[in-house]
Design a binder for this molecule. Structure first.
Ligand code: ZN
Length: 292
């Protein structure tokens, strides 16, 4: 297992972690400068932030700082009540794949989608089995294009509390079943983004990480699970502040062959988004060395 205690060479910052600072949204260009100032070697930016900053300008800024990517957030949301909605989703995923390519991302992270409209409180249907079929078909279609341009797709299983509105793939086992169905040859074109916030509780976690292996483990996201959790979406904890056995899980991931970045992804409206970006990054670096 790699020793992270001496430096932060394998730390990546998901830009959601400091997208708000002192309670206010911060532009991506500033976030990148702040990461560069603290010697952070990689980030994973969100599409809305990149669109606001400009795709080419972001690519140039990253290159100028020598900052790489650990992923691009995000594609997915494949489900739709009608064919037009599903087709629009495929078009959008194609654009996301192209953006990921321009930015030099190692993978496009997929939050696959769930009951269409549920995120806005108006689910257009209730058949989660149908949603799962639409997700499978959507990933299959995206995969063809992604393969043609060489951009791996990483399915991120989300915690079951988000099964209705964000992703109807909720366990690593389910994500890997999809990978096996759509990419039986383990080509490297399709895998998973393993986010400990979503999967830490899973009794099959160790077994499924071993099953995933190096070819399927495309990204590794860390934070911590707070007790109590005060907000289902944006009360993620800083590593070390919750109940997740981070070292143990990284041991399993590395035993399976993963040797990439530990990407810190913290949505924290109540706490970290109220602090300065510099302060949050300093704590990320410290905890990466001490507890990740
Ligand atoms: Zn994640």
């Amino acid at each position: 297992m790699r020793d992270f205690s001496a430096n932060h060479d394998w730390l990546s910052i998901n830009t959601a972690t400091i997208r708000k600072q002192a309670g206010a949204e911060v532009p991506l260009a500033r976030i990148i400068d702040q990461c560069a100032a603290q010697g952070i070697p990689a980030i994973s930016p969100w599409r809305d932030q990149v669109h606001a900053a400009g795709l080419d300008a972001t690519a140039r800024q990253l290159k100028a700082h020598g900052i790489g990517l650990s992923g691009y957030c995000r594609g997915g949301f494949y489900t739709g009540a009608d064919a037009a909605a599903r087709s629009a989703a495929l078009d959008d995923n194609r654009r996301a794949i192209d953006e990921a390519k321009t930015l030099g991302a190692p993978c496009l992270v997929l939050v696959v989608g769930a009951l269409p409209g549920a995120l806005e409180g108006r689910a257009q249907y209730k058949d989660i089995g149908r949603a799962r079929n639409e997700v499978r078909d959507g990933i299959a279609a995206s995969l063809e294009y992604a393969k043609s341009v060489g951009m791996p797709l990483a399915i991120e299983p989300l915690h079951p509390m988000q099964a209705a509105d964000r992703a109807c793939v909720n366990t690593l086992e389910h994500a890997l079943d999809l990978c096996d169905e759509l990419d039986a040859g383990r080509s490297g074109a399709l895998g998973v983004a393993l986010d400990i916030y979503h999967v830490w509780w899973d009794p099959k976690l160790q077994q499924q990480i071993a099953r995933a292996g190096r070819e399927r483990l495309l990204a590794y996201h860390v934070c911590d699970w707070l007790t109590p959790t005060r907000d289902l979406l944006s009360d993620r904890g800083m590593m070390g502040d919750g109940v997740v056995e981070l070292r143990k899980i990284r041991g399993w991931v590395e035993a399976a062959g993963f040797a990439g970045y530990s990407e810190v992804e913290i949505f924290s409206n109540l706490d970290w988004w109220q602090r300065s970006g510099e302060a949050t990054l300093a704590v990320c670096i410290d905890r990466h060395r001490q507890v990740v």
